[in-house]
Design a protein around this ligand. Structure first.
Ligand code: FAD
Ligand code: DLZ
Ligand code: SF4
Length: 510
């Protein structure tokens, strides 16, 4: 009899630890303090993971499998994965522990040590729910000077024959971003996101979260996430039917009061195993072939899953554990309090933080060009920024969060993932959103108390990091502009930035 441990983000029947499972084996799932509090996850994230785990356990039982499920409130809950594995091994006559490699390096190191602690052999299997294995990514990366996502993505398109026309890309181009990224149009009628009604299991979990995690970040209600595979598939189908068509056009657009836009809202389901990446890609590609969505939208969406998602995972496992400590720009400022409260005069930040708090979700451009851009310009310490992103989003696991934060937004890896920092002034946010119209600050004013802070912080960031960034060929143009500025202008930028940082650090409302 084998003991098979299933973690909260391994909720698929195709998880490798279930391969070859027999009805006499024991499947162990446990809600443990260790995983629920290693960062103080958003309340909605915990409710989502626990409810999805409980539904998955029920599904396994209905299929006739033997499941030992340890709830958070179980008086004998040891609080740790190892404690629960030891207990199960002691209670049942298991002769082997089978696990799928976990998605986070912290747990992988722990699992490696279990071999010494446990009385039975530990068999650790690869997590093959991804489209590029860790070894294949390492092989692709080997010997390359630059690890650019675009080239990786093209190989993945070829490998899986996605949107291909013989040997070349359908339509003649690999990437249709030139047609995407439109600013928000007036009067867009953005469809509602998928909403599931909380059933009894979810309601039980919600009251547990309210009782046991009262001091965690975020709003628990309303709770409408899918918690079963059928519901997650319904959410995917709804996206394909109602939003995929305009996914490309408005991928980078932000509208006040519209947190969901034309995005898919499926990352949380993909990352915990309720959806499989290839089925999402295939359904999107089928929508293109039947004329239900244009190529720019479908290619853009597929690139996120077949390209970015696989690529960041590859980078994570290629560079861990060192990647956790990277800080190329020596950023050292503390995360300001308003990242938790949303209490800031910068309307774009207030909107994105408030929506994050309400939904455990923000779309990519909010994460990258508002919240991330501020963290970069302000020089916030990577540890604090990483912790924030890891706990506030329902889709966050370190393998995907860390490269996006340290690589994509903070340039803390010195350019491994992004060829230049994604730094932008207020004019970008003004162009891509309607946030600025309701802001105390003015995006067109460059200095002084009414100026948009992103404007002077942008130049202050370049000046502060001159030694590290001037040599970057993609930054030359911006440094030339900085060099052309008068001494008075440069002084004004420095004074405004100092005033802003002093007020921020004193916890005044900035
Ligand atoms: P869509 O915009 O509809 O995209 C479709 C899918 O593509 C997503 O569901 C996701 O699986 C994948 N995808 C898109 N962009 C990326 C990317 N950059 N990296 C990996 N996968 C991507 N994504 C996470 O899944 N977990 C995270 O913890 C996470 N943290 C992020 C932190 C920062 C600072 C940034 C800039 C991005 C982060 N992302 C993360 C990537 C991306 O923002 C989210 O995947 C996306 O917003 C999820 O919403 P969606 O499902 O509506 O995505
Ligand atoms: C995210 C999460 C949470 C909140 N709780 C649990 C849990 O109680 N039990 C469990 O097995 N998994 C949980 N998870 C998911 C794990 O944190 C995830 O498996 C690891 O971070 C590896 O990616
Ligand atoms: Fe954000 Fe600046 Fe626009 Fe205000 S003016 S919403 S701070 S970009």
């Amino acid at each position: 009899m084998k003991l098979r441990l299933i973690l909260g983000d391994q909720l698929s029947l195709s998880t490798s630890s279930l391969s070859g499972v027999s009805k006499s084996d024991l499947i162990l799932m446990c809600e443990v303090r260790q995983e629920a509090t290693y960062v103080k996850h958003h309340k909605k994230k915990i409710a989502f993971v626990f409810s999805a785990m409980r539904h998955f356990a029920d599904d396994l039982r209905q299929r006739g499998f033997n499941v030992r499920y340890v709830t958070y409130d179980d008086p004998n809950n040891s609080g740790s994965l190892l404690g629960e594995v030891e207990k199960a091994l002691c209670l049942y006559q298991c002769n082997e522990l089978v696990v799928t490699k976990p998605g986070e390096q912290r747990l992988l190191s722990e699992f490696h040590a279990w071999g010494d602690d446990l009385p039975v052999p530990v068999v650790m299997r690869e997590d093959d729910r991804f489209l590029c294995s860790i070894d294949d990514f390492a092989q692709w990366a080997d010997g390359r000077k630059q690890l650019r996502m675009e080239y990786f993505y093209r190989e993945m398109r070829r490998k899986y024959s996605v949107l291909m026309d013989a040997d070349g890309p359908i339509g003649g181009q690999w990437n249709y971003d030139a047609e995407n990224r439109k600013p928000p149009a007036n009067g867009l009628d953005v469809p509602e996101t998928y909403k599931a009604e909380p059933d009894e299991i979810t309601q039980d979990v919600m009251s547990l979260v309210e009782r046991r995690f009262p001091d965690h970040f975020g709003d628990l209600v309303p709770f409408h996430f899918a918690v079963t595979r059928d519901q997650a598939l319904a959410a995917l189908d709804e996206f394909i039917a109602r939003r995929l068509r305009l996914f490309g056009d408005y991928q980078d657009a932000m509208i006040q009061g519209e947190p969901w836009m034309y995005h898919s809202h499926i990352a949380l389901y993909l990352n915990c195993g309720l959806l499989d990446p290839l089925e999402c890609i295939e359904r999107a590609e089928a929508a293109f072939h039947r004329g239900a969505a244009p190529l720019n939208a479908v290619e853009g969406f597929i690139r996120q899953i077949l390209g970015w998602r696989e690529y960041v995972r590859g980078i994570y496992w290629l560079k861990m554990p060192e990647y956790r400590a990277v800080n190329f720009l020596n950023a050292d400022r503390a995360l300001p309090e308003f990242y938790w409260s949303g209490d800031t005069q910068m309307n774009c930040m207030r909107q994105c933080i408030t929506e994050t708090k309400q939904n455990a979700y923000a779309h990519h451009i909010q994460r990258l060009m508002v919240l991330g851009n501020f963290a970069l310009l302000a020089g916030l310490h990577p540890d604090e920024v990483n912790e924030w992103y890891l706990l506030v989003y329902a889709d966050a696991y370190e393998w995907v969060e860390l490269p996006n934060v340290s690589g994509m937004i903070l340039f803390a890896d010195g350019g491994l993932l992004a060829s230049k920092p994604y730094a932008a002034s207020g004019s970008y946010i003004n162009k891509m959103s309607n946030y600025c119209g309701s802001c105390k600050y003015k995006p067109t004013v460059k200095n002084g108390p009414t100026a948009c802070p992103f404007n002077y912080l942008y130049w202050d960031f370049l000046a502060r990091n001159d030694g590290k960034l001037r040599g970057n060929p993609r930054m030359g143009f911006m440094y030339k502009s900085l060099d052309r500025m008068s001494d008075e202008k440069r002084q004004a930028i420095q004074d405004d930035s100092r005033r802003f940082f002093n007020a921020m650090q004193a916890n005044e409302k900035v």
